[in-house]
Design a protein around this ligand. Structure first.
Ligand SMILES: Cc1cc2nc3c(=O)[nH]c(=O)nc-3n(C[C@H](O)[C@H](O)[C@H](O)COP(=O)(O)OP(=O)(O)OC[C@H]3O[C@@H](n4cnc5c(N)ncnc54)[C@H](O)[C@@H]3O)c2cc1C
Length: 412
């Protein structure tokens, strides 16, 4: 079996992890890691945080130094896209014209930014934030930007907004729903972060979209909102979500439904093909069904899971999902999936800027959102990994010791 070939399509966080873990797991075959970006694997989270703020340099983004790949016998291909997959012949083709055979193939193709389809969205200064190249452009444009409009108040939009304000720009945030980050956090946390951004100087227009973008000499000059206002802008960030990169898998005849559909072992309908990270739609007990997650934890743990399986140690994927977001001096950490909760209790005081929201569904703890309270987050991850029987009254009681609860020695 020493000559088995694993081809990994996509060299982001998930693709990097499966390749790195294969060798740690003792896999003896060839590992080929193919990425269409012209750079080695890097971390995306700093692109909207320290890197954008100019507090981290590019050297701090690389997942490993360039020598790592040769040392680990990972054949890294940068700047070449996989353009076709032949499942019968077990071959793939690259944009450069090269072809290669594989025995196992891992889709780690991630997601791309979702464009805003309105008149004027092609103007210079209307920008996305997904890649290192995007972040380099934005970092430079923020040097001159005075009036910034952020379209979409998700995590990345709000992180960008906090950096833009810290760099002296006036920031106006447009959000089509009435709840920033509303897709994934409780109303308590959404409200808390909205108020924080307003204190830092942001203006919000909730329930408001973009009618068109106006330019002067090819450059963005203003955004016209769906309620007829005109907001001055010399930089517009479009942050309205992502589209999973599933076209290759779909063209190869694999089922796709908001991501490449996989089973609990992250295997597609073809037993030789896996999908992991942002491009994968998988079943998890934490969502009570199928989900596609966009997080570093998910990319890393799914990469490890597939590597272990290829090395002969198959286990179903059932890791507790967790996520973080840094905005200004606030760290939000989420354990579990809180969407769909029907009860929530707050531990600590939002006014003290250190609190957690414990979210329950049908009396069962399903997730915890913590603001500047890492100890609650760590405890929550451990509880969710086991039997999360924490009563709402215990969660809300600051004197109730969560660590002792996990050890089974808390006073009741
Ligand atoms: C600005 C930003 C900030 C973020 N902050 C956080 C955070 O704070 N916390 C957190 O948990 N998560 C965060 N995330 C999300 C996290 O970075 C992603 O969930 C993670 O990168 C997903 O890894 P992935 O490998 O699945 O996808 P990606 O990182 O998107 O990598 C996929 C790679 O595959 C390449 N590719 C696609 N198709 C092909 C092809 N046909 N051939 C070759 N290559 C191909 C893509 O170009 C890309 O390089 C952030 C994301 C962004 C963009």
């Amino acid at each position: 079996m020493a000559d088995r070939v694993v081809a990994v399509v996509g060299s982001g966080q998930a693709g990097f992890q499966v390749a790195a873990s294969l060798h740690q797991e003792g896999f003896a075959g060839r590992v080929v890691l193919i990425g269409d970006e012209p750079v080695p694997p890097y971390q995306r989270p700093p692109l909207s945080k320290t890197y954008l703020a100019g507090e981290a340099g590019v050297d701090e983004l690389w997942l490993r130094p360039s020598e790592f790949y040769a040392k680990q016998h990972i054949e890294l291909v940068c700047g070449d896209a996989v353009t076709g997959i032949d499942r019968v012949e077990r071959r793939l083709s690259l944009a450069s014209g090269l072809q290669m055979s594989w025995d196992h193939l891992v889709f780690a193709t991630g997601a791309r930014y979702r464009p805003l389809r309105v008149p004027g969205s092609e103007l210079d200064g209307v920008l996305p934030l997904r890649t290192l190249a995007d972040a380099n452009t934005l970092r430079q444009r923020l040097n001159e930007a005075r009036d910034v409009v952020v379209v979409g108040a998700g995590f990345i939009g709000l992180e960008f907004a906090s950096v833009a304000m810290a760099r002296g720009a006036n920031v106006h945030i447009l959000e089509i729903t009435h709840h920033p980050m509303g897709r994934v956090v409780s109303q308590t946390v959404a409200r808390f972060f909205t108020e924080a951004h307003i204190r830092w100087g942001a203006e919000f227009s909730l329930g408001t979209g973009v009618a068109r973008i106006l330019g002067e000499g090819g450059r963005v000059a203003a955004v016209e909102t769906t309620d007829g206002r005109r907001l001055s802008a010399d930089l517009v960030l479009i942050c309205i979500g992502v589209i999973p990169n599933t076209e290759l898998a779909g063209a190869a005849g694999l089922p796709v439904d908001n991501g490449i559909v996989v089973d609990e072992h992250l295997v597609t309908s073809d037993p030789a093909i896996f999908a992991i990270g942002d491009c994968a739609n998988f079943p998890t007990p934490f969502a009570g069904g199928r989900v596609r997650l966009e997080s570093v934890q998910n990319a890393v743990d799914q990469g490890r899971c597939v590597a272990a399986r290829l090395a002969g140690r198959p286990e179903p994927y059932e890791k507790v999902p967790w996520f973080w977001s840094d905005q200004g001096d606030l760290k939000l950490q989420i354990a579990g999936i809180t969407v769909g909760h029907d009860q929530s209790v707050v531990r600590g005081e939002p006014a003290s800027r250190s609190f957690s929201v414990f979210c329950y569904r049908a009396g069962r703890l399903i997730g915890v959102e913590s603001v500047n309270r890492t100890s609650d987050h760590v405890a929550a991850r451990r509880m969710l990994a086991g039997e999360p029987r924490l009563a709402p009254e215990q969660a809300a009681d600051l004197d109730y010791d969560l660590r002792a609860h996990i050890r089974g020695s808390a006073r009741h």
